[in-house]
Write a protein that binds this ligand. Structure first.
Ligand code: HEC
Length: 446
């Protein structure tokens, strides 16, 4: 236990990350796909000499600039604050393994931000040709931000044998490329490209729906062009999604089917439900885009556009949720559990004690209750809260001290046939520490 725990009452640190991350992902993926959309729309307008089209593209680029440069960047920084607080051990691992990946990513961010500002503020001030080049530059740079972040994100689910073989030896950096282009890289990459381009088209529908009814021809053309951009993606996306699920390691994929129903709705049946949400919302979006936007573009108004965007948010949110869930009980599959315990450190913790190196736990922590609570905070609270999300108090209800002791022994043995094996990490610590944890948990009577 190298770091103290960031205690967020009721929702827990995980959901703080989750909420910021979903918000961020929706905007940043829009930024990647939107760059391509803007450049293609501008190119078409210039080629066909359509000044009225350019006005729409300009309008859209303002919306784009505000959304990505303000909300995208602020939420991106927010993620760093949140993960650094909620999961310092994993954050440190990601930083150490991918130092140069991150460095390159930030260079791209900087160029991306500068370019999008130049793009918006130079409408009509530089030659058409140069302006279009700025647009393509932006599209290229933002595409590369995805190329890089995708390596780091997909690594967590499928770090790959090459990297796992050296994990914990200090030689991890020698497998940078294997970790970066891990087994899940390409399915994840193409799926995200699909999401990026879909989001670009869906957000563009908002701008399209606001084109004045005084120019019905222009509005219809723009909406139809955007609908045509979207439809091929909708055919590709389900295929890409199943390819993605297919590469998920067998043990992790099983989590989709597992129905754990302790309190309220079972958690992993929840994952299955999320997959259903993804499918239903995609089909609805396809329906609205096809029947409303493509067939009756003049009647396409802001409410329809908003419905489409909200459905897309549900879709992306559910996908990210599924991706997070599939990793249980790990943060880096096969290497580090969600509570920051490295698989390779289990024996050491069992021998020397989990709290032995926790400097901030009061010297000696004579009181066994204080030790028990520190164990709980370090090993359980990264996934549970006391009374809110996955409430420990409620989940333990019905177990007396002996029942809790047995439960902890099951967690400690972590046998593959344990009912908790698939979603809770191995419990580590000396006999004494486990006893203290049990004593502490026994005080959490509902
Ligand atoms: C990787 C995240 C994670 C960690 C760490 C974790 N749990 Fe869990 N735990 C879960 C999930 C997921 C469930 C299923 C919850 C549900 O069904 O709503 C669960 C369920 C439980 C249950 C109910 C099980 C049952 O059979 O009724 C208890 C009790 C529990 N956890 C206690 C603990 C304790 C104590 C610790 C620390 C030693 C801990 N958990 C650590 C994720 C975790």
């Amino acid at each position: 236990m190298n770091y103290p725990l960031w205690d967020v009452p009721f929702i827990g640190g995980g959901w703080v990350i989750g909420m910021i991350a979903i918000f961020h992902v929706v905007i940043s993926q829009f930024a990647v796909g939107g760059g391509l959309y803007l450049a293609m729309a501008e190119q078409k307008a210039l080629r066909e000499g359509r000044r009225d089209w350019l006005e729409v593209v300009k309008l859209h680029s303002r919306f784009f600039l505000i959304l990505t440069a303000v909300f995208g960047t602020v939420s991106g920084v927010g993620i760093w604050f949140a993960i650094g607080l909620a999961n310092p051990e994993a954050t440190s691992t990601l930083i150490h393994n991918f130092v140069f990946g991150w460095a390159i990513e930030w260079v791209f961010f900087l160029v991306e931000l500068a370019t999008v500002a130049v793009y918006y503020y130079t409408w009509g001030r530089i030659s058409d040709k140069l302006h279009l080049q700025v647009g393509w530059l932006y599209a290229g740079v933002s595409f590369f931000t995805l190329v890089i972040i995708n390596g780091i994100l997909s690594f967590k689910l499928t770090p790959g044998h090459a990297w796992l073989a050296v994990a914990g030896t200090g030689q991890e950096a020698s497998r940078f490329w294997q970790a970066f282009f891990n087994p899940g890289y390409w399915p994840s990459f193409f799926l995200r490209i699909g999401i990026c381009c879909s989001l670009a088209g869906l957000w563009a529908m908002v701008t399209c729906s606001r084109i004045s009814d005084k120019t019905p021809q222009l509005k219809a053309e723009f909406i139809q062009w955007t609908a045509k951009w979207l439809l091929p993606l909708f055919i590709a996306m389900p295929l890409l999604f199943f390819w993605y699920l297919h590469q998920v390691p067998e043990a992790q994929r099983l989590l989709l089917k597992l129905g754990v129903s302790t309190v309220a709705p079972g958690l992993f049946t929840m994952v299955t439900r999320m997959v259903v949400v993804i499918l239903v919302s995609s089909v609805t979006v396809v329906g609205v885009v096809y029947f409303s936007a493509l067939r009756a573009p003049q009647d396409f108004k802001l409410p329809q556009a908003i419905v489409v965007v909200v459905l897309a948010l549900c879709m992306v949110g559910s996908m990210e949720y599924v991706r997070e869930m599939l990793r249980k009980p790990y943060i880096v599959v096969g290497h580090m559990y969600s509570n920051g315990v490295r698989v390779s450190a289990v024996d050491k913790f069992n021998k020397e004690g989990y709290l032995a190196h926790a400097l901030w736990v009061r010297a000696g922590v004579a009181a066994n209750m204080a030790r028990g609570e520190a164990m709980y905070r370090g090993q359980c609270m990264p996934c549970h809260t006391l009374d809110g999300y996955r409430p420990t108090r409620q989940l333990l209800a019905g177990r007396d001290r002996a029942g809790i002791g047995n439960f902890l022994e099951v967690l400690r043995a972590h046998k593959p046939d344990s009912p908790y094996f698939a979603f809770m990490p191995q419990l580590v610590g000396t006999d004494e520490e486990i006893k203290d944890l049990g004593d502490y948990l026994a005080t959490l009577k509902p």
